[in-house]
Design a protein around this ligand. Structure first.
Ligand SMILES: NC(=O)c1ccc[n+]([C@@H]2O[C@H](COP(=O)([O-])OP(=O)(O)OC[C@H]3O[C@@H](n4cnc5c(N)ncnc54)[C@H](OP(=O)(O)O)[C@@H]3O)[C@@H](O)[C@H]2O)c1
Length: 346
């Protein structure tokens, strides 16, 4: 394992957890962010080798993130639809590996559509959503597919049940960035633009059957890119009333976004408490033509940091295939990876 990791957004909630997870693994890393004073404090707290000032709104400052001994650039600065593009472009231009924590489906699609060729040519492995959303679902889908005897799968369906309180400002702003947008679904070998909750189904979770509505998650894109999955659908457990409300307010998303963004940026500074993190639970059910996998765990933020650190360790080992890849297609065994980060696999 040679070279070091650069963590951009290290002053943030998730970036800070990522630094601590890297330190626990003994992986050398530097930190980057826009506020020099807070960045230096963070560097000292987490034992970073170096601190680099860069602002995603000033692309000329971003090239330094992928320079020098950096072998893996980790981006924790969201919303990615606003700030992410120059960062992933800089990594690919420098031939450096790239991981991020985005949950924004349109950003994941743009990266795969526009950067796969350059990443292959330049020797980078690029992995979006190396985070609770959507690495865990991608690995769960992989396990369900592996359990299925068919080589071509008619349908992979993933359903999330999320419980708990407390999100960070970055998460709130990123959800807002998605609010009002249609998402991508993959139906009979074709992408379709669909509004959230356009369809739903009842999913058997270990705790009983629950209504789940369609939501534009990243696994749709990961599964579509595999070439052997005809339909990929992602669902979120939701009450009927919430789904109805969502359908009603979705058209307001785009015009209301600037006002809501300013409001969220002012009001949601703190992230979840330790107790809220511990109590935040998820269960994901993956089905592939009758075969099934169920994964569950808690503390999505802590889990995200562990997933990023695992990805960094793997990419520094230099064994991953090049190009834009999904978490389940970089050469980590799905069950081993999930168990390594503390997720229960059934
Ligand atoms: N997919 C998942 O499961 C998952 C899990 C966790 C997080 N996430 C995503 O990761 C992102 C970060 O989340 P978070 O919890 O860390 O949020 P956060 O605590 O609000 O941190 C945001 C970070 O971005 C930095 N930043 C914002 N604008 C910047 C700019 N123009 N240039 C440079 N840095 C900038 C902030 O810097 P300052 O400190 O200077 O403000 C801070 O370091 C969000 O998009 C979130 O949705 C996804």
């Amino acid at each position: 394992m040679t070279g070091r990791v650069m963590v951009f957004g290290a002053t943030g909630f998730t970036g800070g957890l990522v630094c601590r997870a890297l330190a626990r693994k003994g992986i050398p890393f530097a930190v980057a962010g826009r506020d020099e004073i807070r960045l230096k404090q963070r560097a000292a707290e987490v034992g970073a080798q170096d601190a680099i000032v860069a602002d995603a709104t000033r692309p000329e400052t971003v090239g330094s993130l992928a320079a020098g001994p950096t072998r893996v650039l980790v981006n924790c600065v969201g919303p990615f639809l606003r700030y992410g593009w120059p960062v992933v472009e800089a990594a690919v231009a420098a031939g450096v590996h790239y991981l991020d924590t985005t949950g924004e489906q349109p950003f994941i699609k743009r990266v795969a559509d526009r950067l796969d060729h350059a990443a292959r040519e330049g020797g980078s492995t690029v992995v979006n959503a190396m985070a609770m959303e959507y690495a865990v679902g991608d690995w769960a889908a992989q396990i369900a597919i592996d359990r299925c005897p068919m080589s071509t799968i008619e349908e992979v369906a993933l359903a999330y049940s999320l419980q708990g309180k407390g999100v960070t400002r970055g998460t709130a702003l990123s959800i807002l960035e998605m609010f009002g947008r249609r998402g991508w679904s993959w139906e009979s070998g074709q992408y379709r633009r669909r509004p959230v909750a356009f369809t739903g189904r009842t999913i058997p979770f270990p705790f009983g059957e629950r209504l789940c509505l369609w939501a534009p998650f990243g696994e749709v894109l990961f599964l579509a890119r595999r070439g052997n999955v005809k339909t990929a659908m992602t669902y979120l457990r939701m009450r009927r009333f919430t789904a109805m409300l969502l359908r009603l307010v979705t058209p307001l998303g785009r015009p209301a976004r600037p006002v809501l963004r300013a409001f969220v940026a002012r009001t949601r500074a703190a992230g979840p408490t330790q107790t809220q993190r511990r109590r935040s639970r998820f269960t994901i059910v993956a089905g592939a033509d009758g075969s099934r996998a169920v994964v569950s765990g808690n503390d999505p933020y802590g889990l995200t940091a562990e997933i990023v650190a695992l990805g960094c360790e793997h990419l520094l080992g230099n064994g991953a295939p090049r190009g834009v890849r999904s978490p389940a297609t970089i050469g980590l065994d799905a069950t081993t990876a999930l168990r390594a980060v503390g997720v229960v696999v059934e």
